[in-house]
Each structure stands twice: as structure tokens, then as C-alpha cells.
Design a protein around this ligand. Structure first.
Ligand SMILES: *Cc1c(COP(=O)(O)O)cnc(C)c1O
Length: 403
């Protein structure tokens, strides 16, 4: 009963930015939940998914949550972040990192990005902690705001790890808890160690557009059994008696259901394949785009195993004669979906009143960056079409041929 006009069929289908790939044992595992009635927040798949994510993350413990925002919120609370504390975080991130800090009734301090790998700039972090804060009564205080600084939240943006040695050094010197926002970083490694296991707590996202998905879901990982126990407690309404309904604090209903964990287990079986495909796609994009003037990919650190969650380039307007927004619009007209990075948090109407340490890098990356189609299903032909269209549209490249 299609009522579509035939004219519509002339445009080829939009090449999507990123779509999930659900071609493993997802149906089988979900069916098992439905057949056995284990659909809710306890069940064998929740236990298994937690165990397996802990293995991937290189941690002793994992606690499954409804999403990564909830995991980050919980992580901040169990790490000891108090009301009106400040948490150091990258200004270039998805809004959920900053929101989680506000959910914990704390305040973000937005630190700009370093220009090479686009992650939080440890030197600016150092400048803030050294130059803008002071020690008193065994705690570190922001001299301007009078607030205690208690934690740092490195965000591994786009699946590229932050400079963790420098950040862990800051954390140690200034006695900060480290909550890694690894939402985009599943499978990524820093000097051979998975992201998420380097700080006190790490958090992953299984949202629809992430590397693996449960539709919506998250995970808190840690090596600290006490933190894990308290996170599990807090995310299950802080129920303190196995049979009686007694709750010893105000908890949260943040637990992942068995149905979603079943999806997660099936997805996780495909993770190495997904990571490998993303990295190969990134290699191809980078080598083919090398001849296009003004298109500059993320430069990967020698310490990084980068998953290229979304393959992203800078569009340098005065070199390619076109700004990012125009290129985005033109690619969209040509049936290719792309997207910008996030408005830096210090510009966000939701978070505009926070303390900041800025260099202008995040603003520039926001202006310039465009993420290109990066699905597991993106074929070589599609990927070459993206490169060809970019190269065709950029003034002065004169139709540079894709390799
Ligand atoms: C996706 C994402 C989140 C939030 O994940 P949800 O599971 O959607 O809550 C947090 N931080 C970053 C950096 C993200 O990309």
C-alpha cells in the first residue's frame, strides 16, 4: 500500500553516518530471554555482559546501567564527588559528560583541547590546577569560585585515547579521582591498555550510534571492589536487605535489563570485527583524502590504538575554498550524511556559566570538523563515493581522483 510517488525513487538512498550492525546472535539471545521470561534487570545475560565487558576493559568489575550518562553520574557519586565540587572535563565533548557532572550536583570546569589529537589539553589542566587553585585543609580549591576540585573526567573523544600519563600525573599530584568517559572509546587502547581501566572508574555507552549497541545502555568499570559494590548498590535503588524492602540511601533505578544485555553479549562477540573495520575504513579515507587540499584527518598519537568511532576530518576553509557547513550541506544534497562535532560545552546554553580554561582549539575544531559515514556496513564503493564527492566539491582541487 505504498503511496510514494515514483519521482522520489530518482534520488539514491542517503548514505548514513553510522547505523548499527545487528547480524550476529542478537535474535537468538533476545529470544532466549523471551522464552525463559528473564527480561528484566536481573538475569544471566546481565552477568555475562558485565563479565565480558570487564575482560575487554581490563578491569576486575563491571556494573551494567541504563546508559552511559547514568554510569557517569553513578561513577562521580561513588568516587566521592560532593555537591558544589568541581570536576575538570574537556569542553569538546558530547553534552552528557557535563550533564552527568551537574546531575551529581557538581560543576564542570571546561578545559580546551590540544590541537593534535583533539583531546583534553593536559597543559591547560595543569595551568588550572597549579595557577588557579590552592590547597587548604587537605583539599584543593578553585581560588576564583571557592569550590573544591575533586575529580577529573577525561573523555576519549572519537575513540582516540587522551594523554593518560599526563592526566594521571595531574590526578596524583592534585589528589583527584579519575572518571574516564570512555563512551566513545570501547576497544581503544592507550599504550596497550584499554581505556576505562586507567582511572578509578571508566564508563562505556551502548547507545544506537556507538561501536556496539544495546539500543541504549551503559557500563561502569573499575578495579576497585568497593567502588563496584557501591555502584551496584546505588544503581539498584540502594536496596540494603536481600528480601525486605529496606533502602539505606536515595538510590537510582539505573540497572540494564537482561533483554538489552542479551543484545550486548551478541554485539560484543562482533567487537573485534567492528574495530578492525573502522580502522581499515579510516586508513582508506586518510590515504584517499591525502590529495584533497584542506581536508585534514585526526592525527593519531603513537601511544594510541584508535578505533575511529566516527571518522572525522577538519575542513580548513581557506585551503579548500569552502567551510565545513557548506561542505556538509552539499554532501547532504549528494546523498551523504555527515555531522559536525559538538558545540563546545563552554558555548552551550545549558552549561554557559562554568569555569573555563580556553585556548580556542575546541571552537576551531567545532567550526572545522566533519564526521564522515563510518558504519560497519559502509562498503569500499560507498567510501570512495564520499571521497570523490568531497574532492569534486572542493574548489581548486579540480576533480582530484580518488585512489
Ligand atoms: C554517547 C556519549 C555519552 C552518553 O552515552 P549514553 O549511553 O547515550 O548516555 C557520554 N559521553 C560521550 C562522550 C558520548 O559520546
Amino acid at each position: 500500500m505504498s503511496t510514494m510517488s515514483d519521482a522520489k525513487d530518482e534520488t539514491p538512498p542517503m548514505l548514513p553516518l553510522s547505523v548499527p550492525c545487528l547480524q550476529g546472535r542478537e535474535w537468538e539471545y533476545v529470544k532466549e530471554c523471551l522464552d525463559t521470561g528473564w527480561v528484566s534487570s536481573v538475569g544471566a545475560f546481565v552477568d555475562r555482559f558485565e563479565r565480558e565487558i570487564a575482560t575487554v576493559a581490563g578491569t576486575n568489575h563491571a556494573v551494567a546501567t541504563v546508559n552511559a550518562t547514568a554510569a557517569l553520574h553513578t561513577g562521580l557519586l561513588v568516587a566521592g564527588v560532593q555537591r558544589d565540587d568541581e570536576v575538570v572535563v574537556s569542553t569538546l565533548t558530547f553534552v552528557a559528560s557535563a550533564n552527568a557532572i551537574r546531575h551529581a550536583q557538581a560543576w564542570p570546569v571546561f578545559i580546551d583541547s590540544e590541537p593534535k589529537h583533539w583531546q583534553i589539553d593536559p597543559d591547560l589542566g595543569d595551568e588550572f590546577l597549579t595557577g588557579h587553585c590552592r590547597w587548604q585543609n587537605g583539599a584543593l580549591w578553585n581560588r576564583q569560585t571557592g569550590r573544591r576540585v575533586s575529580a577529573i573526567m577525561p573523555v576519549h573523544v572519537l575513540g582516540h585515547p587522551c594523554d593518560m600519563d599526563a592526566l594521571l600525573d595531574l590526578a596524583q599530584r592534585f589528589d583527584l579521582k579519575v572518571i574516564e568517559d570512555s563512551a566513545e572509546g570501547l576497544g581503544a587502547k592507550y599504550k596497550g591498555s584499554p581505556v576505562g581501566c586507567l582511572g578509578d572508574i571508566g564508563c562505556f555507552s551502548f547507545n544506537g550510534n556507538k561501536l556496539i549497541t544495546t539500543g541504549g545502555g551503559g557500563m561502569l568499570v573499575t578495579n576497585d571492589s568497593d567502588l563496584a559494590r557501591r555502584a551496584r548498590h546505588l544503581t539498584t535503588q540502594a536496596k540494603s536487605d536481600p528480601s525486605e524492602y529496606i533502602h539505606d540511601q536515595v538510590g537510582y533505578n539505573y540497572r540494564m535489563t537482561n533483554v538489552l544485555a542479551a543484545l550486548g553479549c551478541a554485539q560484543l562477540e562482533q567487537l573485534p570485527m567492528f574495530v578492525d573495520a573502522r580502522r581499515k575504513l579510516a586508513d582508506k579515507y586518510s590515504s584517499q583524502l591525502a590529495s584533497v587540499p584542506g581536508i585534514v584527518p585526526l592525527s593519531v598519537s603513537e601511544n594510541a590504538f584508535c578505533t575511529h568511532w566516527l571518522y572525522t576530518v577538519r575542513v580548513i576553509a581557506n585551503e579548500c575554498g569552502m567551510d565545513r557547513q557548506t561542505l556538509q550541506t552539499e554532501l547532504s544534497a549528494g546523498g551523504i550524511q555527515t555531522r559536525p562535532l559538538w558545540q563546545p560545552m563552554h558555548r552551550s546554553p545549558a552549561h554557559g556559566d562554568a569555569y573555563t580554561m580556553l585556548s580556542g582549539v575546541a571552537d576551531r575544531l567545532y567550526d572545522e570538523c566533519l564526521s564522515l559515514p563510518s558504519s560497519f556496513q559502509t562498503t569500499s564503493e560507498e567510501q570512495i563515493r564520499v571521497v570523490q564527492q568531497i574532492s569534486d566539491r572542493i574548489q581548486g582541487s579540480n576533480g582530484t581522483q580518488a585512489a
